[in-house]
Design a binder for this molecule. Structure first.
Ligand SMILES: [Zn+2]
Length: 368
């Protein structure tokens, strides 16, 4: 076999391993196979709920299903536990199934299967027996499982940088009436293009001085892609370059005059910048959080845990905090409207004093 042919054969084998694992898991979901309980959970994107195999709830569509090794993984991706099958509660497993499940968890932490013999010995099995039992239960051999995990990690890493194109919203820039009548517009996400730090993109930016500091705002043709607040313009411009290393950054005060107007009003608590069109990059989870923040009316606040509940992931309070901290577009995604449960301010990417000033302005301003 030529070197190229061999490489292709390896690749095909690798891909088959990945497909095999999800095919086996999908079959277990379809057949409500309880013998795989503990081995994995599946999450349904259309409902935001995750289940264990065998759940009696309606069968989801294949394209809406995502598989996770553990309930914890599903939760950190923003899913909540199904009330019917309670995948978050521990099941009593037979010793043989429990050993396979613990082997799964162990494999998720290691890079190869070199120590399976030792692992088996610790459980009181021969390596051969444990490997055979693993293939029976999981549907793929240990090597296939490791390959699938690897591919999944690669896919997730890619997804974390996935771009998000925007929606241009029907709600006009200044039209807060439309905003309140129709609710906050949804952030649009179109998979398939990878922006990679704004490669090939023209990004216009502008800045304004306000009582809370300098505001630098940048926009693509689709919408606002960054709003940063800080003490001086030079460092803010530098941070734009860091954020979009491959884009062509151009100052365009005239072209972005509309944006300046809305942001200046927002700083005074007089306009709601959350109606502006956005063009942000973020993970699916971050987008859900940011979307929820845009639904908080000016002059109101939510706690981090209330936001977690709103996006259907009550267990993900910390992740909500991180998503707020990662918000690239101050004011337009009003992360300043999220505070701690006890009313204290929590963090703010652009400083607590700025957060306080914005909340004060909105409380005192007309609030819309
Ligand atoms: Zn369920």
């Amino acid at each position: 076999m030529s070197e190229n042919g061999m490489h292709r054969a390896q690749l095909a084998r690798r891909l088959r391993g990945v497909d095999d694992l999800s095919a086996t898991r999908w079959r277990a979901v379809e057949e409500r196979d309880v013998t795989m309980v503990g081995v994995f959970v599946y999450a349904v994107s259309s409902t935001g709920v995750y289940c264990k195999p065998g759940c009696g709830s309606r069968r989801p569509l294949r394209r809406n299903v995502e598989f996770f090794a553990t309930p914890g993984d599903a939760v950190s991706s923003g899913y909540r536990a199904c009330r019917k099958c309670r995948p978050d509660q521990n099941d009593v497993l037979s010793p043989s199934l429990a050993s396979v499940v613990s082997l799964c968890r162990w494999l998720e932490e290691v890079v190869d299967d070199r120590d399976v013999a030792a692992f088996a010995a610790e459980l009181g099995y021969s390596e051969r027996h444990l490997r055979r039992r693993f293939s029976e239960v999981v549907g793929v051999p240990i090597s296939g499982y490791l390959r699938a995990l690897q591919a999944e990690r690669a896919r997730k890493a890619l997804h974390a940088r996935a771009p998000v194109t925007t929606a241009i919203y029907e709600a006009g820039y200044g039209s807060n009436r439309a905003f309140y009548e129709h609710g906050a517009p949804r952030l649009g996400m179109t998979p398939g293009t990878y922006r990679a730090g704004g490669r090939g993109e023209r990004i216009a930016f502008t800045s304004l001085s306000t009582p809370i500091g300098v505001v630098v705002a940048a926009s693509t043709v689709r919408g606002v892609c960054a709003v940063h607040i800080g003490p001086d313009e030079a460092s803010l411009e530098a941070s734009l370059v860091t954020e979009f290393p491959h884009a062509t950054l151009e100052r365009d005060d005239e072209g972005l005059a509309w944006l300046i107007g809305v942001l200046a009003g927002a700083v005074r608590g007089e306009t709601n910048a959350a109606v502006l069109p956005l063009d942000l990059e973020g993970t699916a989870f971050q987008m859900r959080v940011w979307e929820a923040l845009r639904a908080i009316p000016a002059g109101h606040t939510l706690s981090y845990s209330e936001v977690a509940v709103k996006i259907g992931a009550p267990g993900a309070v910390r992740a909500v905090g991180s998503a707020c901290g990662a918000n690239p577009a101050a004011l337009v995604v009003p992360c300043h409207r999220v505070v701690r449960l006890d009313g204290s301010l929590g963090g703010y990417r652009w400083g607590i004093a700025v957060k306080q000033a914005l909340l004060d302005a909105e409380a005192g301003g007309r609030g819309t």
